[in-house]
Ligand binder design. Structure first.
Ligand code: CA
Length: 233
C-alpha cells in the first residue's frame, strides 16, 4: 500500500484529509508539526508522497519542504496553501514542491493530485525499487547508474540523451509493468509539456536502436498494442 504523509496543524483539516486518503486506498501517516513530520519521514523511508501545510507553529511548510527535498529527490511533495497566500504557490514550487492544492479543496481534487503525482513519478515506491547499489538500477544485461547518468550493457557504455536516460530509468523502476504513452510523456517530459504523444514513439524507436539486439524483434522494450510500452516480455 502506498504511504502518504500528511502535515497539518489544524486537527479538523488533518482528519478530513486523512479519512479521504484512507478511503482512496492510501496508508496515511500524520504529523502536526514540521518537526514531527521530519521525524516520521526518517522512520518511514517508504513514504512516496507528502502533503505539507504552509502555516505552522515552529518551522513552516516551506522549510520542511526544503529539508525533505534536499535529502530525497524522488519523494512527491504537495503543498497545501490558503487562498490568501497566493505567493506561497511560487515559493513552494521554488523550494522543491511538485504541486500545490489551494484550500478549501474537495476530497476528489486532493486524491486526484496525489494519484497524479504518483503516476508522474512512474509509480516510484522506494521499498520495491530494484536498487542494488543505491545509485544503480540493474536489469541484466543492463546497469543504469543514476549518479553518473550512464547506461551499460554487458559492461559496455551506451550513450544516451537525457530524455532516453529518463525513459530507461522509468522502465527499470517499473520492470514488467505496462506504461502508457501518456505516463511516459508526463514522467519524462513533464506535465507542462504539451507536445504530441508521437515524440514518445520517436524516442523509443531511437532507444531500441541503441539497446536491442535485434531492432526488428525488440525483447527489452516491448510494445503493448494500443497502450504503450513495457520493459521485458
Ligand atoms: Ca496551518
Amino acid at each position: 500500500m502506498k504511504k502518504v504523509l500528511v502535515l497539518e496543524d489544524e486537527s479538523s483539516i488533518r482528519s478530513f484529509i486523512v479519512i479521504n486518503l484512507r478511503r482512496a486506498g492510501y496508508e496515511v501517516i500524520e504529523a502536526e508539526s514540521g518537526e514531527e513530520a521530519l521525524e516520521k519521514l526518517a522512520q518511514h523511508k517508504d513514504v512516496c508522497v507528502c502533503l505539507f501545510d504552509v502555516m505552522l507553529p515552529g518551522i513552516d511548510g516551506f522549510e520542511v519542504c526544503r529539508r525533505v527535498r534536499a535529502g530525497n529527490p524522488h519523494i512527491g511533495i504537495i503543498m497545501l496553501t490558503a487562498r490568501s497566500q497566493e505567493m506561497d504557490k511560487v515559493t513552494g514550487l521554488m523550494t522543491g514542491a511538485d504541486d500545490y492544492v489551494t484550500k478549501p479543496f474537495s476530497p476528489a481534487e486532493l486524491t486526484a493530485r496525489v494519484d497524479a503525482l504518483i503516476r508522474r513519478s512512474g509509480g516510484f515506491v522506494p521499498q520495491s525499487t530494484p536498487v542494488v547499489d543505491e545509485d544503480e538500477l540493474v536489469s541484466p544485461p543492463f546497469t543504469l547508474n543514476l549518479r553518473n547518468r550512464t547506461l551499460e550493457k554487458n559492461g559496455e557504455r551506451i550513450k544516451l540523451t537525457q530524455v532516453e536516460f529518463g525513459i530507461m530509468q522509468m522502465f527499470l523502476e517499473n520492470t514488467g509493468k505496462a506504461l502508457s504513452r501518456e505516463e511516459i510523456l508526463d514522467s519524462v517530459w513533464g506535465k507542462d509539456y504539451f507536445g504530441e504523444l508521437k515524440i514518445v514513439d520517436v524516442n523509443i524507436r531511437r532507444l531500441r536502436l541503441k539497446i536491442e539486439d535485434d531492432t526488428a524483434n525488440p525483447t527489452f522494450i516491448t510494445t503493448v498494442w494500443g497502450y504503450g510500452y513495457k520493459w521485458g516480455a
